[in-house]
Design a protein. Structure first.
Length: 79
């Protein structure tokens, strides 16, 4: 299921961003969309039904924004 893949990806991306923020590499306020292991931008991805295209589209857009944020960090990170 694509939804299971997105739920897993949100969790992994959240862990990566949390690591970067926790280690003081960047301030949390610069992250475009707040994340937790199960949500992005206050959308709980574990509770979205597969047919809810509007919410999944929002989630994918938020993921893309956060990935863009990660790609622009001007640092050399060894995770």
């Amino acid at each position: 299921l694509p939804t299971a893949s997105l739920v897993s990806f949100v969790s992994l991306l959240s862990q990566l961003t949390s690591h970067i923020i926790f280690n003081g590499i960047v301030d949390q306020s610069t992250l475009p969309n707040p994340m937790s292991n199960h949500s992005i931008n206050n959308i709980d991805v574990t509770k979205i039904v597969e047919s809810d295209v509007a919410r999944w589209s929002c989630v994918v857009f938020c993921i893309a924004e956060n990935l863009r944020w990660l790609s622009k960090l001007p640092i050399d990170i060894h995770i």
